[in-house]
Design a protein around this ligand. Structure first.
Ligand SMILES: [Zn+2]
Length: 364
């Protein structure tokens, strides 16, 4: 790929998944914009970031959107682009998209409210109402639905009605982890774009080139983020988030050499207060995923596959004192199975505390 084209692609805030940038950019160039898009794939691949940038491109008031090597970019100077850039500068603690909705009259967003299981019909109605108003800037109206997997049945039906009678220049982007969780009637009316995990070396090079991090840090972050560039960047930018992750990984390594009482005390310490309901289940699910990763690493260590280890810095730190911390292949396989069962229990609404305690009890 010529250098200029490579650089231009990077103007879209995404690493990997260039097929999606190409597609969206071409659809703007050819004025073939769908009424609805579904961006789906695992978390932290940059789906929201791309949805926002695509919205910014669509809402840009520049007649000739900047085009180089066929990749469209917003002008950065018009009233719409300026509204978007104000979002970045503001620091009110709201999410960037929430801010966007406030600052930009033609941009709407819904996401599941904290501690609610679903996106409600009321939220969907408000969202549709906003999109049905005529455009403030006389062009597109763009709506983004985050965690579209969590639309309630009524909310999905209200949305379907809107999609059945599409309005010109109204674009809805649904973001979801799984396509199966979105009603087929909505899927069939949408342009579906699948985001894939990104190769570790691509994330590694991106961190070195764009974020100027050292090669050893890039190696650590690209492995630990398991193909999810947005997660690698989150680890890089948010030290507390990274510490929280590594603390949770280390708890599991501690478990392996602790007795049952120490482990239960560890659970108590990890979850603290407010660990119930949907948010508690979500947090517990993330913890189990981290532990699965660490358990897999210990298995790989036992099998002599050091190169494939995800958490090499954490494991090296633990291995150094020379203490016995690897429970062996048979036990690890059992633990990995229990972690998987724990995730199923969480899905079936078993108390998150109970699920984690069960894992801790059955670790040896
Ligand atoms: Zn613009």
């Amino acid at each position: 790929m010529p250098e200029s084209k490579k650089k231009e692609k990077l103007s879209w805030p995404l690493v990997g998944n260039s097929h999606i940038i190409d597609f969206l950019s071409k659809s703007i160039t050819n004025e073939k914009i769908a009424n609805a898009y579904i961006f789906f794939g695992p978390q932290d691949l940059g789906k929201s970031t791309v949805a926002n940038y695509f919205a910014k491109c669509l809402l840009c008031q520049s007649k000739a959107k900047l085009k180089r090597d066929e990749i469209v970019s917003p002008c950065g100077e018009c009233v719409s682009c300026l509204a978007f850039s104000r979002i970045k500068k503001s620091n009110s603690g709201q999410s960037q998209e929430e801010e966007a909705g406030i600052i930009h009259g033609d941009f709407h967003l819904i996401e599941r409210e904290k501690d609610k299981k679903n996106i409600s019909i009321e939220q969907a109605r408000e969202f549709i109402k906003g999109l049905n108003l005529s455009s403030f800037l006389g062009s597109y109206k763009v709506g983004i639905i985050k965690e579209a997997d969590s639309l309630s049945l009524e909310a999905a039906n209200a949305l379907l009605k809107t999609l059945e009678e599409p309005k010109e220049k109204v674009v809805i982007i649904l973001i979801a982890a799984n396509l199966e969780s979105i009603p087929a009637t909505i899927v069939s009316r949408s342009q579906v774009l699948n985001f894939y995990p990104v190769k570790t070396d691509i994330i590694h090079n991106y961190l070195v080139d764009e974020h100027k991090v050292s090669r050893s840090l890039a190696k650590n972050l690209s492995k630990i983020s398991l193909g999810r560039p947005a997660l690698a960047v989150k680890f890089l930018k948010d030290k507390n988030f990274y510490k929280d992750y590594t603390d949770k990984a280390k708890i599991f390594l501690d478990f392996v050499r602790q007795d049952i009482n120490e482990r239960l005390a560890g659970i108590e310490k990890t979850i603290g207060a407010g660990f119930s309901g949907q948010e508690g289940s979500k947090k517990a699910f993330k913890i189990l995923e981290i532990w699965q990763g660490v358990a897999r690493d210990l298995l790989l260590l036992d099998l002599g596959q050091k190169d494939l280890i995800q958490h090499h810095t954490i494991i090296e730190e633990f291995a150094r004192p020379g203490g016995k911390f690897n429970p062996g292949i048979t036990t690890l396989i059992k633990i990995i199975k229990n972690l998987e069962i724990g995730k199923e229990y969480l899905g079936a609404n078993v108390s998150p505390k109970l699920v984690l305690e069960n894992i801790a009890i059955n670790i040896s």
